[in-house]
Design a protein around this ligand. Structure first.
Ligand code: PLP
Length: 1023
């Protein structure tokens, strides 16, 4: 079956042949090859070629086939970057040589196409896989009118002849594995053979496996397939086999192989339209290719156990075949149809048309008739405000009360849950599936829910028979379920479809048998209650099913968003039967494109959007954010939602107070003083006077005024790369802005910049025990300079850990010494705690405490209100007294009762949930984990931080510290694709910032480290 005549030539032989036949002097190295002996040649001029030596037992015509095909392709589609044939000095495309042993061989020389093989390219993005399909589609289109007599040959790799491997099945030792191959051979027989007369035939490359496909290695983010090599398996066969082979290899090592294949199919179809029968044959042919591959490997292990090349993809191929055992072939077929812009389930359109044209004949599903009765249409979507906080929904009683209270308030006995709605109630692990970019949740509801009191009868809307029934009694499953089969006539044809009734009462299944007739209008089952109904509020889940995919007693009622259209086609809108008037349903939300369009028109463009592919986030819960499809993102960067997004305690505090009073601070109110007292209790004496404001910028702005009024000076000392806020005066003291894009490039004369005390990249490094004092000397020098010019210092402002500067931890004694110099000069010291305060650093509540200092003014913001705009300045009675100079300080919103209620709740949660201690424990684990990666990846230059304020600095070279900015941006974007939100910062934008809500767990930290580990091996993180 296999060919064992591969010639054996040395590098020296190849060198001689290159010189004698082609006049080329070249550096030579051997390349792998199944049949030919291959060598890579590099001439002094830098040209590269591949020298191929084939045994003479190969037909000369077979080699000519390859040469003619390459010529044909290049002539018909010059955009294809394929190897070109170079002739010998004697003008031959194929030369004959004789080895020392006297055997004859054919030699040819091809230009070398640069690139990395697909198998070694990471990751396989949708765009890359699409380009693979596109390249092959173009090739096959160009080969349509190519003919060569040698292409009509018998090849073991020709998928037409798949069934021949039946004779070799005994080489597979394990019976379970043999059974897998047998199943896919049966599928081939059942699905390919019947359509084979309609399949187009042509000469194809026939081996676009992942080691034969080349990807361009140019700089930039989008990698594309540019070429395919090794034309030795060309054959005249079904054209679709080309795509099947490529897709089979593209599916290897993928969590969701079908989606990977669909990307390849999309690219191919765009370049060269597939026919319906080709799409039908595609999935069985993909499986056939994998079967041939594993059978060959099994055989090969017997006859040539030492040849690793032949078994290179054996294990992944088995693993893939095992994964595909769980994919229903028709689901694969429908997926590919959808990819090719056809209705996924071919029967679906006819059913929808029939249901539409027979709407008047449908019976009701429940009493009363939903076509006319008052009905509450619930919004159960991911971002639904009606649902409120997610945590409450996990309690079925609370959830039930919530829904039924609304129905009662609306004086309605019925409520409806919508079809084609992504829902947050399906974001638990039970609905989690592996995707090619991390997990995906089956969030999209593909039935219609009818909420009614338990025990309400359910009626058959059409005549039917019981197809199947079952008690699906796992928690959060359907509970008792019935599927009816309906057969209706549509003109001269018969249509068969199904309706599913889930979450029924236990007695609904009594007396049923398969085939039992149920006539229209019969009350044949009842709505169940929890826990019997699967643990849900009482409701009927009603779903139409076009193709049951051979399932009985159940059928998925929710689908993964990436397969939404396929499942909607399998389960068309149940409202086609139920008939709730369209105007009862609310309008759809805005799509990402619509929001971007509107934003472009009405929102200032200086406001950037995170990530190359922006996110529409509609819900937050603790350390997670959810997009509109319900995909959960682990939020590792939002230090504002300090105690967790939408922490219920904080939400309740705000909502409760908002319902009673919210006004300014010129009236007396408990909340203001209670909160001020609690806040001051976290701070050392003499920091005891609060001013409440609404943003970090307002806090720093006021801090400047306090300092200047108190000292009657204007000059400010600021740390390089710092950001302190968005007002005019703060931009003037923020080097991050005035030195950055769009900035003036220089501060006003009264602003003095000192270097960042950066012990990784700065002048004094971590190995210098005096680094803190040495960096602080710059502060002293500046004060002296200011005084020399007859001025004096108003204030020194410094973050307690440097945020925009790149998550820098201040070296020991830095603030102590800097504060000493500033105070000696009569200035005051401002600690900007807007980023790092409130327990984030783990060991202390405030960042400045880690430096053993007490500032004169502390500014705080972001985490303070957990997302509510609450900020503050806290200072000493002395400075506050200076500020009380007759000019009133009024702030309309600062310190209002709602803000203070929220602030108090945040402090309570930090204490009660011991979040400061959690920050220390989880932050240490996170940093240890990332430091562990430093051994594997030279890209990670430094890992630093305190508690859950962590920076990962990426460098191209650990000696020169050349910043790896594009890699940092790539990694942040890829982490997002994989479901983790990070950002980049630092003067060179090469620092990954980690500053999550403090409810971040050790498991979250491990997930972050593990995902980072996987992304760091990807090409663009390495190059
Ligand atoms: C250190 C620091 N100070 C002040 C601010 C300004 O705060 P806000 O955006 O709330 O005005 C920021 C904002 O990023 C900050 O990082």
């Amino acid at each position: 079956m296999l060919n064992n005549n591969k010639p054996s030539f040395t590098v020296e032989d190849a060198s001689r042949i290159a010189l004698e036949l082609y006049g080329l002097r070249a550096e030579i190295c051997a390349l792998p090859g199944e049949r030919d002996c291959n060598f890579l040649l590099k001439t002094e001029a830098g040209q590269k070629f591949v020298l191929k030596i084939a045994p003479a037992v190969e037909q000369r015509d077979a080699i000519d086939l390859q040469i003619q095909a390459l010529g044909h392709l290049v002539a018909h589609d010059p955009s294809l970057l394929l190897p070109r044939v170079r002739v010998t000095a004697g003008d031959e495309t194929i030369a004959m040589i004789t080895s020392v042993e006297g055997t004859k061989h054919f030699v040819r020389l091809l230009s070398y196409v640069p690139g990395r093989v697909l198998a070694e390219t990471r990751p396989h993005t949708p765009e890359l896989l699409y380009s693979l399909g596109s390249m092959l589609g173009k090739m096959d289109r160009a080969l349509q009118d190519f003919a060569h007599p040698s292409a009509h040959r018998t090849l073991k790799w020709d998928l037409q002849c798949t069934l021949r491997i039946r004779n070799y099945l005994h080489y597979i030792e394990q019976p379970e594995r043999r059974a897998i191959v047998e199943r896919f051979l049966a599928l081939f027989e059942a699905q390919v053979l019947p359509v084979s007369p309609t399949l187009r035939m042509s000469v194809i490359h026939n081996d676009a496996n992942d080691y034969n496909v080349l990807v361009d290695a140019t700089e930039g983010e989008t990698r594309r397939v540019v070429s395919v090599v090794d034309f030795g398996d060309m054959v005249f066969t079904y054209t679709i086999c080309e795509l099947a082979i490529a897709a089979a290899y593209a599916m290897l090592n993928k969590a969701d192989p079908l989606t990977a294949a669909a990307h390849v199919v999309a690219g191919y179809h765009e370049a060269f339209l597939l026919t319906e029968s080709e799409i039908e044959a595609l999935y069985p042919l993909i499986c056939a290719r994998l079967c041939i591959s594993v059978v060959n490997s099994a055989y090969q292990q017997k006859v040539e156990p030492q040849n690793d090349y032949l078994t290179v993809s054996e294990q992944p191929a088995w693993a893939l075949l095992e994964q595909l055992m769980d994919v229903h072939p028709r689901l694969a077929h429908y997926t590919f149809r959808h990819t090719c812009q056809l209705p996924p389930c071919p029967r679906s359109n006819a059913l929808v048309e029939w249901l539409e044209s027979n709407a008047g004949k449908m019976g009701r599903v429940v009493e009363p008739d939903l076509r006319v009765v008052k009905n509450v249409i619930f919004d159960l979507s991911i971002g639904s405000r009606e649902l409120g906080n997610l945590l409450a929904l996990s309690d079925v009683e609370v959830f039930t009360r919530h829904l039924f209270d609304r129905m009662n308030a609306a004086n309605s006995s019925v409520g409806t849950g919508r079809y084609n709605e992504a829902r947050p109630i399906y974001t638990s692990d039970q609905y989690k599936l592996a995707g090619n970019n991390g997990p995906e949740w089956r969030t999209v509801h593909i039935g219609l829910d009818v909420f009614m009191e338990a025990g309400a009868p359910v009626l058959a809307p059409l005549d039917g028979v019981v197809h199947s029934y079952r008690n699906n009694d796992s928690p959060l499953d359907y509970g008792p379920t019935i599927i009816l089969q309906h057969t209706v006539s549509d003109e001269d044809k018969q249509l068969v479809f199904y309706t599913l009734y889930g979450h029924l009462s236990a007695d609904s299944l009594d007396g049923l048998y398969e085939g039992k007739p149920i006539t229209q209008g019969t009350p044949f089952c009842k709505i169940g209650n929890y826990p019997v109904n699967g643990g849900w509020p009482p409701h009927l889940h009603f779903q139409i099913i076009t193709d049951l995919l051979d399932r009985t007693g159940e059928f998925p009622g929710v689908a993964r968003p990436s397969q939404r259209d396929v499942w909607l086609s399998l389960s068309p809108d149940p409202n086609l039967i139920v008939g709730i008037p369209k105007e009862c349903f609310p309008a759809d939300c805005l799509s990402i494109e619509e929001i971007r369009r509107e934003r472009a028109e009405h929102i200032g463009k200086s406001l950037s959007i995170s990530y190359q592919r922006p996110l529409k986030i509609v819900r937050g819960a603790m350390q997670y954010l959810y997009d509109e499809d319900g995909r959960a993102y682990l939020d590792a960067v939002n230090n504002v939602s300090h105690v967790g997004h939408c922490h219920p305690r904080v939400v309740r505090a705000g909502q409760g107070q908002m319902a009673v009073l919210n006004t300014n601070t010129r009236y007396l109110h408990d909340n203001l003083v209670r909160y001020a007292e609690r806040l001051c209790a976290t701070l050392p004496e003499p920091l005891s006077v609060c001013f409440f404001v609404c943003s970090g910028s307002e806090a720093n702005e006021l801090a400047l005024r306090l300092a200047r009024t108190h000292t009657r000076q204007k000059d400010m000392i600021v740390v390089d790369a710092a950001y302190h806020g968005n007002t005019t005066s703060l931009i003037n003291i923020s080097p991050y802005k005035f030195d950055g894009p769009g900035g003036s490039g220089a501060p006003p004369p009264y602003v003095h910049k000192v270097p960042m005390p950066d012990i990784y990249r700065g002048e004094y490094k971590g190995n210098d025990p005096q680094a803190g004092e040495k960096y602080a000397r710059y502060v002293e020098e500046v004060t002296l300079e200011i005084q020399k010019n007859q001025g004096n210092v108003a204030a020194f402002i410094c973050e307690s850990l440097l945020g925009c500067g790149g998550q820098i931890v201040l070296p020991e004694n830095y603030l102590k010494e800097a504060y000493r110099s500033v105070r000696n000069a009569g200035g005051v010291c401002i600690a900007d705690e807007v980023q790092v305060g409130f327990g984030r650093v783990g060991t202390h509540f405030w960042g400045f405490e880690t430096q053993g200092v007490i500032p004169d003014i502390v500014t705080m913001g972001k985490p303070m209100g957990n997302g509510h705009p609450l900020a503050a300045v806290v200072t000493t009675p002395e400075i506050a007294a200076s500020f009380n100079n007759g000019m009133e300080y009024f702030n309309t919103f600062g310190g209002n009762p709602v803000s203070c209620a929220i602030g108090l709740a945040v402090l309570d949660v930090i204490n009660e949930e011991r979040l400061q201690a959690n920050a220390l424990r989880v932050g240490t684990r996170l940093m240890d984990g990332v430091r562990g990666l430093m051994e594997k990846y030279a890209l990670i230059g430094d890992v630093r931080g305190l508690g859950l304020f962590v920076g990962i600095e990426l460098v191209l070279d650990r000696e020169t510290l050349a910043p790896a900015a594009s890699q940092a941006s790539y990694i942040a974007n890829r982490m997002k694709e994989r479901g983790i939100l990070l950002s980049t910062d630092g003067p060179f934008h090469n620092v990954l910032k980690v500053k999550p809500p403090l409810v971040f767990t050790e498991e979250n930290a491990d997930f972050l480290v593990g995902t980072l580990d996987e992304i760091l091996v990807e090409d663009l993180a390495r190059e």
